[in-house]
Design a protein around this ligand. Structure first.
Ligand SMILES: [Zn+2]
Length: 523
């Protein structure tokens, strides 16, 4: 493996990897041993940033993201449409209130304040309350930064897949709202942990999607608080909005993942272009699940929730180390309780590269492929039913332009998944290489030839797969060859036959034997 594979470490990203310390000790030791002398000294980047009371992450922020070093949140929010946008950087620029800033920026862009769908004063009260609740358990990963990441990712995804043409303001509002709130008051532990430890939440929700139900409950409670009720919706609008949010947040439960993917794939398999044309030509014809808006929005939110692996490497790496830190902390707690550890919970035995390669191959890629296939097939329907009133959509979309958008996005996530998977593979190869025994045998047998008193014994290192009898035979053969060569060249060799290099003696002896045998066989 070449040193350039660690160019991020060299470039200073190493400094942002506080949780990197959670990589198994033997791997970090071997990597450090091999590369530390080649690394340039890294000066910590000074920042005016001062952690606030509720600041919980323990790594050093890195300003240099994708070559962009913004000087203000305004400058960075101008890039909010980017797939490589970093919620960590947003957190730094927004004084640790990334959710509030991102939420407000997007609502402004979609015109929700101007259109009167959202009350701006109550909106900020709601945001602050939600952001505070995200920090309740001071999680490494499931915190306000993750909520912000999913919110921004959802924004990019609905635009990058063309799905936004299919949605009205209420539905866009619903998916942004669901994304921002989808993990609020996360406990930093898994649903299985709650079930196994018979937690209060597990009992409250009868062991069914425990955390997701808690996120929903917390969201509605917050919205119902005085000065936080930001939505200006009619009764029927609010009912539909709540149905959408309910469906989306419950489907962030990873336990539903395979059913979601299977359902969309099976339904796609029986759809034909003619069937889609029927929906395109009749805008009032209801589209059944799983192609209805509720299912599609849930699919997109779930994809955004596990999008880290489809992002540029520096984001994938940082988020991975953070989520593993959370899993390892949970593992430590299970150990203290003398309970068995689920996969990814053991900080000393977890194979990080393998876990990520597997996650990409078996979960992320199939889900993203299903979304690409689904939205490509639906492009004519989306174009026919496009809402052209939204201020955020530029121009009229056609089926072919939507298809081109889906293809562009397909290339983007596919390229990142491949790159990230390969990168984990290279790290795995590097760690395996150092874990392997050296080229020398583990227990080399040192054989001492019997020497005359004045000569020092000559050590011969033999591969330990050779038996002692074979080794004795070899030594006898070498002695025989040396003697033979000394006798045939008495002037030069006979003085000290033991000094004749064994390879020369063997080669000479074997060639002589060959000549002799050829001579004897000749007529
Ligand atoms: Zn999440």
């Amino acid at each position: 493996m070449a040193i350039e594979d660690f160019d991020l470490i060299e470039d200073g990203h190493y400094g942002s990897l506080g949780p990197y310390a959670c990589v198994p000790k033997e791997i970090t030791e071997q990597l450090h041993k091999a590369y530390l002398d080649k690394l340039k000294p890294i000066k910590p980047k000074l920042s005016k940033y001062k952690p606030q009371d509720h600041e919980h992450v323990n790594f050093t922020f890195n300003l240099d993201v994708d070559g962009l070093v913004p000087h203000s949140s305004d400058e960075y929010f101008a890039k909010i449409d980017s797939w490589g946008w970093s919620s960590h950087l947003a957190s730094l620029l927004c004084g640790t209130k990334p959710l509030r800033c991102t939420f407000a920026n997007l609502f402004e862009r979609y015109g929700f304040f101007r259109k009167g769908l959202v009350d701006s004063q109550q909106f900020f009260n709601f945001c602050d309350s939600i952001e505070q609740k995200y920090q309740k358990h001071r999680n490494f990963y499931h915190n306000g930064i993750h909520g912000t990441d999913v919110l921004q990712t959802v924004h990019v995804m609905i635009n990058s897949t063309g799905l936004i043409n299919f949605l009205d303001d209420l539905e866009i509002l619903a998916i942004l709202f669901a994304a921002a709130c989808h993990d609020v008051e996360h406990t930093g532990t898994t649903n299985d942990f709650h079930k196994d430890t018979k937690s209060v939440l597990a009992q409250l929700y009868n062991n069914v999607s425990v955390l997701e139900n808690h996120h929903l409950e917390t969201t509605w409670n917050t919205l119902g608080q005085k000065y936080c009720n930001m939505l200006n919706l009619s009764g029927s609008q609010l009912k539909y909005f709540k149905e959408l949010v309910h469906e989306m947040i419950l489907h962030t439960d990873l336990a539903k993942h395979f059913d979601q993917v299977k359902s969309i794939n099976s339904a796609l398999a029986v759809m034909t272009p003619d069937t889609w044309s029927e929906y395109a030509s009749d805008p009032d014809k209801p589209i059944p699940a799983p192609f209805d808006k509720k299912s599609l929005l849930a699919l997109v939110l779930h994809a955004a929730d596990i999008s880290n692996a489809a992002k540029p490497w520096h984001l994938q790496q940082l988020f991975t180390m953070q989520i593993l830190q959370e899993f390892f902390d949970q593992g430590d707690e299970l150990k203290q309780r003398n309970m068995s550890l689920p996969p990814l919970s053991n900080r000393t035995t977890t194979n990080i590269p393998d876990s990520q390669i597997g996650f990409i191959a078996y979960l992320v890629k199939p889900l993203y492929e299903s979304i690409s296939n689904c939205l490509s097939s639906m492009a004519p329907v989306i174009a026919a039913r496009a809402k052209h009133g939204s201020s955020y959509i530029q121009g009229v979309q056609t089926a072919s332009s939507i298809l081109a958008t889906v293809n562009d996005f397909d290339n983007l996530w596919r390229g990142n998944l491949t790159y990230n998977s390969n990168r984990w593979g290279k790290i795995k190869i590097a760690s395996n290489r150092f874990a392997r025994p050296s080229v020398m045998p583990k227990n080399p047998k040192i054989l001492f030839k019997k020497k005359s008193k004045e000569q020092k014994p000559e050590a011969i290192i033999e591969d330990d797969c050779e038996s002692e009898e074979d080794q004795e035979e070899d030594i006898k053969f070498i002695q025989k060859a040396r003697k033979s060569l000394a006798m045939s060249h008495p002037a030069t060799m006979s003085a000290n036959p033991e000094n004749i290099p064994s390879e020369i003696a063997i080669t000479a002896y074997e060639s002589k034997e060959t000549v002799n045998s050829e001579d004897s066989s000749s007529p």
